[in-house]
Design a protein around this ligand. Structure first.
Ligand code: ARG
Length: 462
């Protein structure tokens, strides 16, 4: 019946929309991803219409059944979108009206696509972020498992990607897990603000109908309801905040990915990616490239771009719904999809990474790694730190000239530097054990970190 009936709002118009204007306005290809949420919102709204005695119990049942039928058709791919279906909300309402005729026309009383879209997208994100959180938890579990395996294995810790001081492999892996733990906290904080229902705000100013938005919010599983109808249809800060935390999460993933690429660089030889997470070259037969890690790193740029896109979109918009806001969904969906591919791939790469603990220990032979221990030994002997730093630096400079290292110093030379036990300092296990404090790199600290991280992950299987 709706064939050529025109858009939902055609009553006030004498001319049909220009095809190019209609093409510009059409978002159904993108927002049909909200179909399920649109039905949820629709079903809750019908209940509100019934509570307000605007539809009978039989009408409410018929409307909700029709919404279900449209939903099934959309899910099965058998729903026929009409050229005038601007967006998923129009399409669902049209589908219900096609099924029920005049009764379908009662569905939209007291609601607007403005409050509807704001509600649908919150419902969508509240649901999908659960699976993002599950994925991040799995990745954290893998990092913690690997950290426990290598809790006591030394490696050169770096600053500026250059050898700095010995740490444990477990400490390094836990560093990534802690960053992800904060991402999960951010997501949990965000949920509090996201779990507020805009439905009932109408186009901007609620409605004259006796609807109860708080009851609708409860039916939809929200924890609260809007405080200001204009704000409810106008702001997209919940999406912006989601993209902000997604960009931070993606940034963390990119840094983990960068470490995977670095560790598996044959020039370093500290680890090897499993073949399933490596790729070959179309030209150079010998290559095994860390594309999984590189792509995980590169995808962060795109998620940051999604945040920037939405932020630029919102900046300077007058309060109230503006059609510009229709552009809010693509960056959100893109970030969701990107995270859904990156996190599992990184998880696989981490879980199957062959860490060469012996190669990492061998790299700890580098005597420069112990220069700070030497300077701190001088401090324990009463030398002011700045002086100890200068003296150690000067010692290294003299050794360089003679093509010697700290390992070549005699007991007399060490004694002359006020570090009588100097030779013993040049040992990774000793150096790490000498920094036993909580949060430090020692095996005991790594075990405690793993316990705390595991506690934050809860008991549910990943
Ligand atoms: N497709 C629109 C969006 O995503 C829904 C709201 C349209 N509202 C309107 N007044 N044209 O923003």
């Amino acid at each position: 019946m709706s064939e050529n009936a025109g858009p939902l709002w055609a009553g006030r118009f004498s001319k049909p929309p220009a095809p190019e204007a209609e093409a510009l306005g059409r978002s159904v290809e993108v927002d049909q991803r909200l179909a399920f949420q649109d039905l949820q919102s629709g079903i809750a709204h019908v209940a509100a219409l019934h509570d307000a005695e605007l539809v009978t119990a039989e009408e409410a049942d018929a409307l909700q059944a029709a919404l279900g039928e449209v939903g099934n058709a959309i899910a099965a791919g058998s729903f026929e979108f009409d050229p005038h279906d601007e967006d998923i909300h129009s399409a669902v309402e049209r589908g219900v009206t096609d099924l029920l005729g005049d009764l379908g026309a009662k569905l939209h009383a007291g609601r607007s696509r403005n409050d509807l879209v704001a509600t649908d997208v919150r419902l969508y994100l509240l649901a999908i972020t659960k699976s993002i959180d599950t994925d991040v938890r799995s990745l954290m579990r893998a990092l913690v498992a690997r950290a426990l395996e290598h809790a006591a294995h030394p490696m050169p810790g770096s600053t500026h990607a250059r050898p700095a001081q010995p740490i444990t492999v477990g400490h390094h892996l836990c560093a990534h897990a802690w960053a992800l733990a904060r991402d999960r906290e951010r997501l949990a904080d965000w949920r509090v603000r996201a779990s507020v229902s805009p439905l009932g705000a109408g186009a901007l100013a609620t409605s004259t109908l006796d609807l109860d938005p708080a009851a609708t919010a409860e039916r939809l599983g929200f924890d609260g309801v809007f405080q200001n109808s204009l704000d409810a249809v106008s702001d997209r800060d919940v999406l912006q905040e989601f993209l902000g935390l997604a960009a931070i999460l993606a940034t963390h993933l990119s840094r983990l990915a960068a470490d995977l690429a670095r560790w598996t660089d044959p020039a370093l030889g500290w680890a090897e990616l499993d073949e399933r997470y490596s790729t070959g070259s179309s030209m150079m037969p010998q290559k095994r490239n860390p594309d999984t890690a590189e792509l995980a790193r590169g995808k962060a740029a795109r998620i940051t771009g999604d945040f920037v896109t939405l932020t630029a979109l919102l900046q300077g918009l007058p309060i109230g719904y503006q059609r510009d806001l229709q552009e809010d969904k693509e960056p959100v969906f893109d970030a969701v999809d990107t995270l859904a591919t990156v996190v599992p791939a990184l998880l696989g790469a981490v879980a199957t990474l062959r860490i060469d603990a012996a190669a990492m220990r061998a790299a700890c032979e580098d005597p420069g790694l112990y220069a700070t221990d030497v300077a701190e030994a001088m401090v324990r002997a009463g030398v002011p730190f700045r002086e100890a730093h200068r003296r150690t630096g000067d010692l290294l400079k003299r050794l360089d000239v003679d093509r010697r290292t700290l390992r070549d110093l005699t007991d007399e030379e060490w004694a002359a530097e006020d570090v009588p036990d100097g030779a013993a300092l040049l040992d990774p296990d000793r150096s790490i054990a000498a920094r036993p404090g909580p949060g430090g790199p020692s095996p005991a600290s790594v075990l405690a970190q793993c316990d705390a991280l595991r506690a934050s992950l809860g008991s549910e299987p990943a």
